[in-house]
Ligand binder design. Structure first.
Ligand SMILES: Nc1ncnc2c1ncn2[C@@H]1O[C@H](COP(=O)(O)OP(=O)(O)OP(=O)(O)O)[C@@H](O)[C@H]1O
Ligand SMILES: [Mg+2]
Length: 675
């Protein structure tokens, strides 16, 4: 493989850089941070995609890129005489062979390149690219780290990972096998005999259930028949009972009507006894007349008493007046004056007194007579006949008359009642006769009905008990079925577990073998790695020291030992050590490349001088130049060491424009080429 050209567009610090690489040793020269390492990184990125570069797709774009500009890298190389170009942007990639696309798309490109070069990205990098400070690191680290590094660049850690995976799988298989073992020992194994016995029991239970089911069918038929007969009889009984009830009610009704009639007749007798046949009207009339006469008599006597009273009172007043007159005459004597004429009485006084005395005597007599009459009238009035007696008698008569009339009316009412009650009793008698006739027409066999009722109860009981038995039998069947299936399952489960155990045991044996083989393989590879590396490194060191060191040995501890004509060089100087490490690194590259089936054709060494002093740097450069002449088609040396300029076949100067921040290259020729 020969790298011809790398073109970077907006790739990190490079805005647009084209690097053409020729044969021999090319020095890429520039100050720190000028963008040197970026150039081989762009190559690897073009071949293998984003995982190959520091940073990510976002940080990869040149900071000063114009809007819309994209990262693009094109790498051109020749392999087996065929020119290839890989063009990659962030999302896409294409491989051209002789300008014909042979792989398109980011994924397809990586796949194609891996196939074409026979290497993964890591292998490519380990083979062709010796990173900045890698040799320094190799020198400074102990043997263990060196061994690990070698294993890693040789791709042996893949074997380690694979073995680790095998061991994990084996551990998992072991835990699974343990779990199965536990399961197997925790369960009592089930025998076929046990299953056969359980099945026999199940058959017995099924036979019993079948027998019960048949009995139940028969009992059900009987029950249906009884039910039908009962239904018919019940219907008859219903009409019979209705007719009987009708008759009984008619009987009661008739008795009630008879009773009413009897009671009404008794009432009538009672009422008839109460009726009075006396002629109260005439008696009342005569008593009323007597009462009238008596009242008139009383009024007359009352009037007479009043008149007598008046006459008596008048006589008394007249007497008093005359007595007054007499008293006045006597008091005044003869000098008194006449009351009529007013003349002094004088001599007539005597006469006047005598006359007055006569008048008083007359009037006294008159008053006494009147008093006598008045007393007589009073007595007459008091002796008048009493009204009360007559009034009482009249009231009594009227009461008797009313009672008699009431009794007559009652009798009449009762008679009316008796008439309608008699009619009703008549009707009830007819109804009763009808009911009797109806009852006699209905047929109902009570004895048969009782018998059937008993039969029905018995059948119901039989059904109940048969159903209970059947339920019990069904449950037994279910229980036994469950038992049989659980035994069968246990048997199957055990068989399955045993199969699994067998498979796992076989698998474990295979995994154990694999693990052992891995260990053996890794040991064999490691055992071969050191002599193989030693052999190649011996050639390299002999070449680069012009045969000063005849043997390079990587011992069991991965320590480098150098021999000069069969004698170990006891102390290796710093410069010799750097050279030895370089030889080892080249040996690694060679070995990896051989394994890929392609000879190692170029080397990129990024700042491999480490802390070498100027003299030793020159020695190493010399060695590299030598290698580019003898061993590799291309050696690309990245450095900021100016002395390289004079030793390289061509020089690529990298610098960074402070203003634009973009890196650029200037290609020149080294002194050898120029010459
Ligand atoms: N996306 C980017 N755009 C612009 N510049 C970038 C970008 N990414 C990195 N850089 C610059 O690129 C430079 C690093 O590039 P590189 O590693 O190739 O330098 P170098 O020449 O190898 O340096 P050294 O000699 O120190 O190894 C840094 O200056 C960094 O700022
Ligand atoms: Mg660098």
């Amino acid at each position: 493989m020969r790298i011809e050209r790398i073109e970077l567009k907006n790739f990190r610090g490079h805005r647009h850089t084209e690097v053409d690489l020729g044969a021999g040793m090319t020095a890429i020269l520039g100050e720190n941070g000028s963008g040197k390492t970026t150039i081989p990184e762009a190559l690897i990125w073009a071949l293998y995609g984003s995982r190959a570069a520091r940073g990510n797709n976002d940080t990869i774009l040149f900071w000063g890129a114009e809007k819309g500009e994209k990262v693009e890298v094109k790498a051109t190389f020749v392999l087996d005489g065929e020119p290839y170009t890989v063009a990659r942007s962030v999302k896409d990639a294409t491989v051209f062979r002789d300008s014909t696309p042979v792989a398109e798309g980011a994924g397809a490109t990586v796949e194609f390149i891996e196939g074409l070069l026979g290497m993964s990205r890591e292998e490519f990098q380990a083979t062709y690219f010796t990173g900045q400070k890698e040799l320094e690191w190799l020198r400074d680290k102990g043997p263990a780290d060196r061994a690990r590094f070698l294993g890693k660049v040789m791709g042996y850690d893949k074997l380690k990972d694979a073995q680790k995976a095998v061991r994990t799988e084996r551990n998992n298989a072991r835990s699974k096998a343990d779990a199965i073992e536990n399961l197997l020992s925790s369960e009592q194994p089930v025998s076929e005999e046990e299953i056969t016995a359980a099945k026999a029991k199940l058959m017995g239970a099924l036979t019993r259930a079948k027998g019960l089911d048949d009995a139940l069918t028969t009992a059900n038929t009987k029950a249906e028949e009884t039910k039908a007969a009962m239904a018919e009889l019940t219907l008859q009984r219903k009409s019979w009972m209705a007719a009987r009830d009708e008759f009984r009610s008619a009987e009661a009704s008739k008795a009630q009507a008879d009773e009413l009639l009897v009671s009404l007749k008794a009432q009538r007798e009672q009422a008839a006894a109460n009726v009075d046949h006396g002629d109260y009207s005439t008696q009342i009339e005569s008593t009323e007349k007597d009462l009238e006469l008596t009242r008139n008599e009383i009024d007359v006597r009352k009037e007479r008493r009043r008149e007598a009273e008046h006459a008596f009172q008048l006589a008394e007043r007249q007497l008093k007046d005359a007595e007054q007159e007499l008293r006045v005459l006597r008091e005044q004597g003869s000098g008194g004056r006449c009351r009529t004429c007013g003349q002094v009485l004088g001599d007539s006084w005597q006469e006047s007194v005598r006359r007055a005395e006569d008048k008083v005597t007359h009037l006294t007599h008159q008053r006494d007579t009147k008093e006598e009459v008045y007393k007589g009238a009073q007595k007459h009035f008091a002796d008048a006949p009493s009204l009360t007696h007559l009034e009482t008698a009249l009231a009594e008569l009227r009461g008797k008359q009313r009672a008699s009339e009431t009794a007559k009316a009652t009798l009449q009412t009762i008679d009316t009642h008796i008439e309608s009650a008699a009619k009703a009793a008549d009707l009830k008698t007819r109804i009763l006769e009808q009911a009797r006739a109806d009852l006699s027409t209905v047929t109902f066999d009570e004895e048969r009905f009782d018998q059937l009722s008993m039969d029905a109860a018995r059948v119901t009981e039989t059904l109940r008990s048969l159903n209970a038995d059947l339920l019990d039998a069904t449950r037994t069947v279910e229980r036994l079925e469950a038992k049989v299936s659980s035994l069968r399952e246990a048997l199957d489960r055990r068989a399955k577990l045993e199969t699994q155990r067998k498979e796992l045991t076989q698998n474990l044996a295979v995994l154990d073998d694999t693990d052992r083989l891995f260990t053996e393989l890794r040991t064999a590879l490691n055992d071969r790695l050191r002599p193989e590396l030693s052999e190649i490194a011996t050639q390299v060191i002999a070449e680069i020291t012009d045969g000063r060191f005849t043997e390079f040995l990587l011992d069991e501890d991965y320590r480098i030992r150098l021999y000069d004509s069969g004698r170990e060089v006891p102390v290796i100087s710093g410069g010799q050590e750097d050279m030895a490490n370089l030889a080892l690194r080249i040996a690694v590259s060679t070995l990896v490349s051989e394994r890929s089936g392609r000879p190692l054709s170029f080397l990129i060494l990024d700042e491999v001088f480490g802390s070498l002093d100027a003299g030793r740097q020159e020695a190493v450069i010399d060695v590299l130049r030598q290698l580019s002449e003898d061993r590799f088609e291309q050696v690309i040396l990245i450095t900021h060491t100016e002395t390289v300029k004079d030793l390289a076949d061509s020089v690529i100067l990298v610098d960074r424009d402070e203003k634009t921040g973009a890196s650029g290259v200037t290609t020149g020729f080294g002194p050898r080429e120029a010459a």
